[in-house]
Design a protein around this ligand. Structure first.
Ligand code: 5GP
Length: 233
């Protein structure tokens, strides 16, 4: 026990940064758009929450939707709930980066917060469907990292949808029948992860995020950093 405590203290000390100032070799980079898609019930919401909890540099894009609020959902945290007329206005004014009709309701991504985040080097997480992902790919492929989550089996998908039980049986049946269609889009994504074990899936998805942050083309400060290194040769 004592050994464990000593080790813990040591680990803490060495891992703590000496100061809160940016590391002198921190290289400016453009943020990325991290899209997670899956049929409902494949674990996307759980994984999104885990990412947002553990990755402070990642912020969720809050979509606008015309669907009614579910119990427990909070305006501005889960969605911005708008009328069909307001949604239509936003589309017409070009305020949405992408939009789609899913299960009879309209969903869309407000453009301004995403553009501001990317320019400031912050990453944005999107919980959107394949239609929205296709639109983002057309508009901003260089900024996009897309991940598709698959359930380990159809039985497990049905179990997860039933357990959630927030929707009526008709909606659950509808979602099950649409799962096959949604899954047919797996090959359009950069990465595909089968969500058999939540911990493993989370660490796989985090690994994708970390690697993508290091992509050369995203590190906009590299040229000047290397120039500064060379100047001191
Ligand atoms: P739910 O109503 O269960 O929250 O979401 C239903 C589906 O709509 C999910 O597949 C979710 O990813 C998708 N969705 C949520 N927000 C957006 C959005 O802004 N754009 C698009 N294209 N799909 C969205």
């Amino acid at each position: 026990m004592a050994v464990k405590r000593t080790l813990n203290r040591k680990q803490k000390d060495t891992s703590k940064p000496k100061s809160k100032a940016a590391h002198p070799t921190a290289i400016a980079r453009r943020g990325l758009m991290f899209v997670l898609s899956s049929p409902s019930g494949a674990g996307k919401t759980t994984i999104s929450r885990m990412l947002l909890r553990d990755e402070p540099g990642l912020k969720l894009s809050i979509s606008v939707t015309t669907r009614p609020k579910r119990p427990g959902e909070v305006e501005g945290r889960d969605y911005r709930f708008v009328t069909a007329a307001k949604f239509e206005n936003m589309v017409r004014a070009g305020e949405l980066l992408e939009f789609a009709k899913v299960f009879g309701n309209h969903y869309g991504t407000p453009r301004a917060p995403v553009e501001a985040a990317l320019t400031a080097g912050r990453d944005v997480l999107f919980d959107i469907d394949w239609q929205g992902t296709q639109q983002l790919r057309e508009k901003a492929e260089g900024d996009l990292v897309s991940v598709f989550l698959l359930p380990p089996s159809i039985e497990e998908l049905r179990r997860r949808l039933k357990r959630r039980a927030q929707d009526s049986n008709t909606v659950i049946r509808d979602r099950m029948s649409r799962a096959g269609h949604e899954m047919s889009h797996w090959a359009e994504y950069d990465y595909v992860v089968v969500n058999l074990d939540l911990k493993r899936t989370f660490s796989d998805i985090r690994a994708i995020l970390y690697a993508e942050r290091l992509k050369r083309t995203r590190q906009s400060g590299l040229t000047s950093f290397v120039r500064r290194l060379q100047a001191k040769l």
